[in-house]
Design a protein. Structure first.
Length: 252
C-alpha cells in the first residue's frame, strides 16, 4: 500500500512538472507574439541585407530603411553597388498603400535615376508583421554580446505574375515564406528579423516562364531547377527606434 502511494505521488509530481513546462512555454510564446506584433506600431530605423546565391555565386545588396507607423510611411535607400533600384518610398493615403521607386534610367545611359509614377504598393514591413502567425521557440543565441531569444514562424501566401506582352497570360502560385525573429526579452524588443524567400523567388521565376514562354508549371519548374538552386535570405537589423523618428518626403 505504501509503495502504491509512493508511485502515485511520483506520478503526480511528474505530471505537475510537465504541466508547468507547457504553461511556461505558452506564457513565453504569448510574450514573444506580443513583442513581435508591437513592431507594427513602432517607428524604427534599420539595415536590410539581401543575400542571394545561385550556382555558388553570391551577391549582397544592403539597404538602409526607416518606417513610421502613424501614419504609415516607409523609405529604403540602397547603400551598396549592384542594384538599378536606388530608393523605395511607400506611404498610406486614404486607407490605401502607394509606392514610388527611384530607378536608373535605361534610356539615358548616364546613370540618371528617375522616379516611377505613383502606383499601388505594400508596406515595407508587410513580410514580417502579420498578426496571425504562430511562433516556435528555438532557444537562446548571442547577438552583439547579448542573449536573445530565437523564434521561428512561417506563412503561406501567393505569388502572381502577368505577362508584359499579353495581359491575358497571368497565373498565381501558392508559396511559403520562412521567418526568424531575434528578441530581447528584457527590453521586450525585436532586434533582428530574417526571412527566407528562396521558394517565393523561385516560384516567381516559374510564373514568369509560364506566362512569357507559355510553358506548363511542370516544364517551367524543371527549367528553373536546371538553372541551379536559388537562395535568397533577407536580414533586418533594427538600429534605432522611438517616436521621434520621422521621414521627410523625398524630392519627387
Amino acid at each position: 500500500m505504501k509503495k502504491k502511494r509512493i508511485i502515485i505521488t511520483i506520478t503526480i509530481i511528474i505530471i505537475s512538472i510537465i504541466l508547468l513546462y507547457f504553461v511556461k512555454v505558452q506564457v513565453q510564446n504569448s510574450a514573444a507574439k506580443e513583442i513581435i506584433n508591437n513592431l507594427a506600431s513602432e517607428n524604427y530605423m534599420y539595415t536590410k541585407t539581401v543575400s542571394s546565391e545561385l550556382n555558388n555565386e553570391k551577391t549582397e545588396i544592403i539597404w538602409e530603411g526607416t518606417i513610421t507607423a502613424e501614419p504609415y510611411v516607409g523609405i529604403e535607400t540602397c547603400v551598396s553597388n549592384g542594384s538599378a533600384l536606388s530608393k523605395i518610398y511607400s506611404y498610406e493615403e486614404n486607407g490605401a498603400i502607394y509606392q514610388r521607386m527611384q530607378i536608373q534610367s535605361g534610356q539615358t545611359g548616364n546613370g540618371q535615376y528617375l522616379w516611377t509614377p505613383k502606383s499601388k504598393g505594400v508596406k515595407l514591413n508587410q513580410m514580417y508583421t502579420a498578426h496571425n502567425l504562430k511562433y516556435k521557440y528555438e532557444g537562446k543565441e548571442k547577438l552583439n554580446g547579448k542573449n536573445v531569444a530565437l523564434y521561428t514562424s512561417s506563412y503561406n501566401t501567393q505569388v502572381s505574375y502577368e505577362s508584359n506582352t499579353n495581359s491575358e497570360n497571368k497565373a498565381t502560385l501558392d508559396t511559403i515564406v520562412y521567418l526568424k525573429f531575434y528578441l530581447d526579452m528584457q527590453s521586450k524588443e525585436v532586434v533582428k528579423i530574417q526571412w527566407d524567400e528562396s521558394k517565393y523567388d523561385t516560384d516567381q521565376q516559374v510564373l514568369q516562364k509560364m506566362c512569357e514562354e507559355n510553358l506548363s508549371e511542370t516544364d517551367a519548374r524543371k527549367e528553373v531547377n536546371e538553372s541551379g538552386a536559388y537562395k535568397v535570405i533577407t536580414t533586418i537589423t533594427i538600429t534605432e527606434r522611438g517616436k521621434k523618428i520621422s521621414i521627410t518626403k523625398p524630392d519627387i
